[in-house]
Ligand binder design. Structure first.
Ligand SMILES: C[S@@+](CC[C@H](N)C(=O)[O-])C[C@H]1O[C@@H](n2cnc3c(N)ncnc32)[C@H](O)[C@@H]1O
Length: 218
């Protein structure tokens, strides 16, 4: 497993069933079952091809791993797995998957989310929908920065500020400065597409804050 999947596995609570949504190659499912961390794992994917790859990877632990074909959490019944991992998809897809499964809006479920893109969008979504972003791990894989997020539903919804959305809980972690510079670069690119007006002014203020080395108040 790469650093990203290793960090995701570390957020999975031992001794509980896990659902690996979008399992593809099946490496995370295999590790969760093979290491003994999870007594039961559901390796799930939208497409038959990836699921076939997972079947091969997971074959040594076939007694503990069940493969399921279908979209998002539609293949998992409420309560079947308390550890829900969704890794390697864009933030919008992750958000759609969660919105389509209202049963995960419950503190018993432990979410481990690894967006492939748009980390800030997912942080904002979590805050707005009442999920506490308990912790994040910053890691690098294949030359890119990844945010591995651990969240649980509390019902406390809030509107996060821009600094929080962009930087999350990364302050103090190795590579945090580089991560913030990358996020700032993306924001500047977004700014170039804006017409003069209140939004452009707000983005300018946010860019200034990021360049002044500010971090979100947590
Ligand atoms: C890039 S792979 C990520 C594999 C692995 N989770 C990882 O992070 O290394 C994304 C996988 O998600 C699957 N996928 C995309 N949309 C999905 C959905 N709505 N439900 C389940 N799987 C989905 C794709 O078929 C693909 O196998």
């Amino acid at each position: 497993m790469d650093a990203r999947l290793g960090a995701a596995a570390a957020y999975v609570r031992p001794g509980r069933a896990a659902a690996d949504i979008g399992c593809d190659h099946g490496k995370l499912s295999a590790w969760l079952a093979g290491s003994g961390r999870c007594p039961r794992v559901f390796a799930c994917d939208l497409r038959p091809g990836p699921l076939e790859k997972a079947r091969k990877t997971c074959a040594p632990w076939a007694d503990k791993i069940e493969l399921r074909l279908g979209s998002g959490l539609s293949v998992i019944a409420p309560g079947e797995a308390e550890e829900i991992i969704i890794a390697g998809m864009g933030a919008e897809t992750i958000m759609e998957i969660l919105e389509a499964a209202p049963w995960v809006f419950d503190p018993r479920y432990n979410l481990v989310l690894v967006p492939a893109t748009k980390h800030s969008l997912l942080r904002r979504w979590l805050a707005r929908w009442g999920f506490d972003l308990r912790a994040e791990t910053l890691c690098q894989a294949a030359g890119r920065w990844y945010a591995v997020m651990n969240a649980r539903y509390t019902g406390h919804c809030f509107e996060p500020d821009g600094l929080y959305c962009l930087c999350g809980r990364m302050q103090g972690q190795p590579g945090a400065g580089d991560y913030r510079a990358q996020q700032c670069g993306k924001l500047k690119k977004y700014r170039r597409g804006l017409a003069p007006g209140p939004e452009a002014e707000a983005v300018d203020r946010l860019i200034e804050e990021m360049e002044e080395d500010k971090w979100p108040q947590l």
